[in-house]
Design a protein. Structure first.
Ligand code: GDD
Ligand code: MG
Length: 324
């Protein structure tokens, strides 16, 4: 099977960081969001097609420098085509069926079992579903007999949500789904196409492990915690010469001597946490600098941003070169 990964979108909810870095390259628990998504793919996947748009050059460069285990091809959009338009644009030569993955979700899910379910039940596709309290930011499914999806509403008002089971952004589709997407214009797959596919048999695959969409600062940090707790953040040990509980992920070229750490931190490549500083539940991107005796909690610090000596910040997002 092949996989199509949707990587367009402006990441507006993660600005100002996403003014200069696409959200898929933000490191969570030690590696970019995109690579946690790719980690879900079985080793025998034949090819991964990345449907890119916004900052496609940065994605390309990163993937070239850090080649995943599968052959990768990128197909980029000159203008954002939406999820459906992106699928249509990049869908030539897809396998039948194929995996479709959003690039901003973290999940514990067995994709082989998902493909088997699609094979056994037939129909046009099988969509993994996560159960969440607040369904508003998601696509919501009503389930009938044998978990057949009987209704699908994208981002409904709470009173119109048919259940708490939402599209987890990880699915298997038969190739014919691409024929149902209008060509040559932006299309929201979830809003404009999925409801019309229900008569052809769309089934739900209920997730039992963790799941989150990492598309807002709050959910990004929650995703990082889930990844560390799920053992996907590496060893997590605080390096010699620094202190605290961890788990943390320290990328090559970072300096953390004399600093201390609480739980769930990524220290990006070349980032610095000076002596006497304390960091917890945060992501420090490449070259971010937390100066001596500063305290950082629940923050996303963009590349080469700086927290000044002794400053204490909570819940702050700094863009590239931002200061606090
Ligand atoms: N190629 C391409 N072109 N990809 C795009 C575009 C585009 O114009 N716009 C968005 N994407 C990518 C994003 O990078 C992301 O990986 C995925 O498509 C979904 O877009 P989001 O903007 O993150 O959508 P969402 O989070 O509001 O909703 C989607 O994901 C939810 C689960 O996280 C929908 O699929 C919902 O139904 C779903 O519940
Ligand atoms: Mg999203």
């Amino acid at each position: 099977m092949k996989a199509l990964v949707l990587i367009g979108g402006f990441g507006t909810r993660l600005r100002p960081v996403t003014y200069t870095v696409p959200k898929q390259l933000i490191p969570i628990a030690g590696k970019p969001m995109l690579y946690h998504v790719l980690d879900l793919l079985p080793p025998d996947v034949e090819e991964v097609v990345l449907a890119t748009g916004y900052k496609a050059d940065l994605i390309d460069a990163y993937v070239r420098a850090h080649p995943p285990r599968w052959p990768v091809r990128t197909v980029s959009e000159a203008e954002p085509l939406g999820t459906g338009g992106g699928m249509k644009n990049a869908g030539d030569g897809m396998s039948d069926p194929f995996y479709l993955l959003n690039s901003d979700v973290i999940a514990s899910v067995d994709l082989r079992a998902l493909a088997e379910r699609q094979h056994d039940r037939g129909g046009i596709g099988t969509m993994t579903l996560a159960e969440v309290e607040d369904t508003k930011p998601y696509g919501v499914a009503a389930l009938g007999e044998g978990d057949r999806i009987t209704e699908f509403v994208e981002k409904p008002e709470p009173e119109n949500a048919p259940s708490h089971w939402i599209n987890a952004g990880i699915a298997v589709w038969q190739r014919e789904v691409l024929d149902a997407i209008p060509a040559g214009r932006a299309v929201s797959f979830e809003k404009e196409v999925v409801p019309g596919l229900l008569p052809r048999g769309l089934y739900g695959f209920r997730l039992t492990g963790y799941w989150d969409d990492a598309g807002t600062p709050e959910r990004l940090l929650r995703s990082q915690r889930l990844l560390f707790e799920g053992g996907r953040g590496g060893k997590g040990t605080v390096p010699t010469g620094s202190f605290g509980t961890g788990p943390i992920a320290v990328l090559p070229g970072a300096t953390v001597r004399g600093a201390s750490f609480g739980r769930f931190v990524t220290v990006g490549a070349g980032a610095v946490v000076d002596s006497g500083a304390y960091v917890e539940n945060s992501i420090l991107m490449d070259g971010a600098h937390v100066d001596r005796d500063a305290t950082v909690s629940g923050c996303l610090l963009g590349p080469r941003s700086r927290v000044h000596p002794g400053h204490r910040i909570t819940g702050v997002v700094l863009g590239e070169h931002g200061e606090a």
